[in-house]
Design a protein around this ligand. Sequence first.
Ligand code: FAD
Length: 383
Amino acid sequence: MNLELSEEQEAVRRLAEDFVAREVTPHAAAWDRAEEVDRGIVKKLGAVGFLGLTIPEEYGGSGGDHLAYCLVTEELGRGDSSVRGIVSVSLGLVAKTIASWGTEEQKREWLPRLATGEALGCFGLTEPGTGSDAGNLATRAVRDGDAYVVNGGKMFITNGTWADVVLLFARTNDAPGHKGVSAFLVPTDTPGLTRRPVHGKLGLRGQATAELVLEDVRVPADAVLGPEGKGFAVAMSALAKGRMSVAAGCVGIAQAALDAAVRYAGEREQFGKPIASYQLVQELLSDIAVDVDAARLLTWRVADLIDRGRDFATAASKAKLYASEAAVRAANNALQVFGGYGYIDEYPVGKLVRDARVMTLYEGTSQIQKLIIGRALTGVSAF
Ligand code: FAD
C-alpha cells in the first residue's frame, strides 16, 4: 500500500480541512450546548461534494475513492463528530448501500438528491429490544397486494428527525430457520411513520437522533432494496463499510485531542516551567500520538482493500475496534493534560471525551467486533 497521498487525495484533504475550519469548528461548542447542529450544514456539505464523495458521477456524486472518503471523514470528525455522523450515515450507510444494491430506478430516484444534500438519509436497524442481536428484529412488513404494511419501531436513529428517507429493515418471513429480513427505502413523510427526538445524549449532542414509530405504514413493493429476504446481508454489507467511516471519525477525534493537548502543554506553566517539559506529560502526549498513527494506518488499510476490491470486513472490524478504543483513550489523556480546565466546557477536550465514548458502542460494540474477529480467526461463531 502506498502511504503517500496522491495530489487529488491531498487536495480533497485540504478542501475538507478548510471547510471544517470555516463552517464547523467555530460553531461546534455552541451546537453542542444547544443540542442541535445548524441544519444549513447539510446543504453546505452537499454543495462542497462531501455527501456524494464515493457515489458514481452518473448518479450525481464525484466518484471518489475510499481513502479520500476517510480523509474527509477524519477532518469532519476532528471538527465536530455530530457533523461527521451526518455524512457517515447519509452517504456511508444509505447512499452507498443504494448504489450497491439498488435497482436503476432506485438509484435514479435517490442518489442525485442524497449526493447534493437535497435529501438526507437515515439507517433504521436498531430497535428498542434488539441492538447487538440485530438479526432478531421485530418490526414486521406484511405483503398486501402491491405493497407491504409495516408495523414496529426503531431506536437511536442518527439523522432520524431530519432525514427524508429511511433505509428500514423489517421481517418479511417468519419461517423457522429463515432470517427473513428485508430492506426498504421509505420516505419519512409516509403516513403512519412518526419520529421522536432522543434527548439527553452524553455526546454527539448536536446530532438529530430519533426514535421511529411505524403504524400501518404502506410501502410499495418496489421500495424493497436488494432481494426480498436478503435484508440482513444488505445491513451487514452497509455496516462493514460504515465501520471504516466510524474508524476515520475516531482518528479525527484523536487528532483533535493531540492538537489541543500539545498546544496547551506548551502554554500552561506549573512549577515555573511549561508542563510540556515534564516527562509524565510527554508520556501522555506520546501515548495519544501513537494511538493517532496506529488508528489511522488501520483505517487507511481498510480503504485500500475496498478500493482494490479485496475482502475488507475483518479489517474494518479491527480498525473500528482499535480506533474507537484509541479515541476514548486519546481524548481522556488530553483531558488529563488540561487538568481541571479540561473538565469545563470552555475548553474543547471534554466534548471530545463525550463524543468519543459512543464510538465503542454503535455500528457494533467493541465486544461484537471481537466476536467478528474471533470468528474469522477460529471459524467458530461465539455470538
Ligand atoms: P446491547 O446489544 O443490549 O448490548 C449491551 C451490552 O451487551 C454491550 O456491552 C454489548 O457489547 C454486550 N453484548 C451484547 N451481546 C453480546 C454478546 N453476544 N457477547 C458479548 N457481549 C454482548 N442504530 C441504527 O440502526 N441506526 C443508527 O443510525 C444508529 N445511531 C446511533 C446513534 C447513537 C448516539 C447511539 C447511542 C446508538 C445508535 N444506534 C443506531 C444503535 C447502536 O448501533 C446500538 O446501540 C448498538 O448496536 C448496541 O445495541 P444496544 O444499545 O441495544 O446494546
